[in-house]
Design a binder for this molecule. Structure first.
Ligand code: GLN
Length: 485
């Protein structure tokens, strides 16, 4: 088998033994990216990639060792990078090159990971299908007619199609877990505050969280361990010592208590998604886990709460794109107000404008109490529901998405259909809890199905442990799409 399909652990051995150089490895992925038709990347600069690979080879030659030293990685184009453009999938930032790296990028570069380029995403990470990018939609490698999920659709498609062994993503309301699910890979969004938001282009700051995407849980553990940790430049970063999230990978599952919220298994869940999840739960039970019926009664309210809070924060965060400080500026205008208006009208796409309008509305005098404050109260109640359930079980399991990936264009007349599909990912985001998606089968049309695991705060290692044990006994995470690459 060729290089790009090998697990990170095997690449690691080849790099360490000198059988493979980081430059050769990077070249092999760059060649695949070059011939790819998925539109998974926004900016690729082989000269920069190969310079980083050369530096990794020098460190290896000097005897340095490290889990990611010389391993290629793709970054969602929400993390700012020196050298590569940082667009957030927006015309507003289409030509923007950051003068600094995001903390995640700095950390991974320090660990010796080699950046392959920037992956396509929904504009400012707003979306569930990767159809809101100024740079065009991303195609799902399992079926080019299907969406890859969003907003980290480029990262998910890149890993699924072997264009990159690992990728970063960001998750505000599901954007790591949902595209991971739809592309048949593993993705983890850690507890809010684990991963620095410094240099992560802001969407909704109280929800935004960086995450790791890879083929397997053990590979995600390597990436998450390297990318997370306290950062004094992010005021919501958690002050905890660095952790090895792979430390519990092999722990047996005997006695593990898994809660199955009845609201996650109701009528809204498609039968072709439910069947593989039931089979995965049976596998976990066979390994000694116990499943318990539980209830998260406020699940359905996560959608209205999130779609008030996230736009409110977005309207505030995106006010900085004014044609003066960053990015695009309209070329013709009459006065300052006209310059702002034209710049923002030209620079933002329809979904971003919709969210800014909703956000400004729910924060306005007269509606603040009726919408924004109510949504904040719901957010608290949703978090309380999780606390109650996670007192009696170790983790919660359920679907990631109610259906497999839909077709490109299928929801284009009705954004609310995209919003409704977020029902199973939004609750953990609102509660700040860690969530993982792992591939458990194929549904209608041979499109991937993911299962979600939601843990207590700081329980990432446990989630990765459960996924790893499952992956030791099954092979869904190693299956390759037969579609385009
Ligand atoms: N689909 C959700 C939204 O459109 C979540 C996106 C995300 O997590 N970035 O806001």
């Amino acid at each position: 088998m060729s290089l790009h399909t090998r697990p990170v652990g095997e690449l690691r051995e080849k790099l360490d033994s000198g059988a493979l150089s980081a430059v050769e490895l990077a070249q092999s992925f760059l060649a695949r990216i070059e011939s790819s038709t998925l539109n998974a990347f926004i900016d690729v600069r082989p000269d920069l990639t190969l310079a980083q690979a050369g530096a990794a080879d020098a460190r290896l030659a000097a005897g340095e060792r490290g889990p990611l030293l010389g391993i290629p990685i793709a970054h969602k184009d929400i993390f700012v990078t020196r050298g590569w453009r940082s667009t957030a999938g927006s015309r507003m930032l289409a030509d923007y090159v950051s003068p600094f790296d995001a903390s995640v990028v700095t950390r991974l570069q320090a660990a010796g990971a080699v950046c392959l380029g920037k992956t396509n995403c929904d504009e400012f990470a707003m979306g569930s299908a990767n159809e809101n990018s100024y740079f065009g939609p991303v195609r799902n490698p399992w079926d080019p007619k299907a969406i890859p999920g969003g907003s980290s659709g480029g990262s998910a498609a890149a890993v699924a199609a072997d264009l990159a062994p690992l990728a970063t993503g960001t998750d505000t309301g599901g954007s790591v877990r949902q595209p991971a699910s739809m592309c048949g890979i593993t993705g983890i969004k850690p507890t809010y505050g684990r991963v620095s938001r410094f240099g992560m282009i802001a969407f909704a700051s109280s929800l935004d969280q960086g995450g790791a995407m890879g083929r397997s849980a053990s590979e995600c553990a390597l990436l998450l361990s390297a990318m997370s940790g306290f950062d004094e430049r992010d005021s919501t970063s958690i002050q905890k010592p660095p952790e090895d999230f792979g430390r519990e990978l092999d722990r047996p599952l005997a006695g593990l208590r898994i809660g199955l919220p009845r609201e996650f298994f109701g009528d809204g869940l498609a039968a072709d998604v439910r069947a593989p999840i039931d089979a995965a739960l049976a596998e976990l039970r066979a390994q000694g886990a116990v499943t318990v019926d539980v209830s998260l009664p406020r699940t359905a309210l996560a959608i209205p709460a999130y779609y008030v809070i996230a736009p409110a924060e977005a309207s505030s965060n995106l006010s900085r794109f004014d044609g003066v400080r960053y990015g695009h500026r309209a070329s013709h205008y009459t006065d300052l107000a006209d310059m702002y208006a034209r710049t923002r009208a030209e620079g933002f796409g329809p979904e971003v404008k919709r969210r800014i309008l909703v956000g400004a509305y729910v924060l306005s005098h007269g509606y603040y109490d009726a919408y924004y404050l109510q949504a904040q109260k719901l957010r608290r109640l949703i978090a309380d529901d999780f606390s109650t359930v996670l007192d009696s079980v170790d983790v919660i399991a359920g679907p990631v998405s109610p259906t497999v990936a839909w077709n490109l264009g299928e929801h284009s007349d009705d954004p609310v259909r995209d919003y409704l599909a977020d029902i199973f990912t939004l609750p953990a985001s609102l509660a700040g809890l860690p969530g993982l998606s792992m591939p458990v089968g194929l549904g209608a049309g041979g499109r991937p199905v993911g299962m979600q695991l939601i843990g207590r705060v700081f329980d990432e290692a446990r989630l990765l442990n459960i996924a790893h044990r499952y992956q030791q006994a099954t092979d869904w995470h190693t299956r390759r799409p037969g579609g385009a690459s």
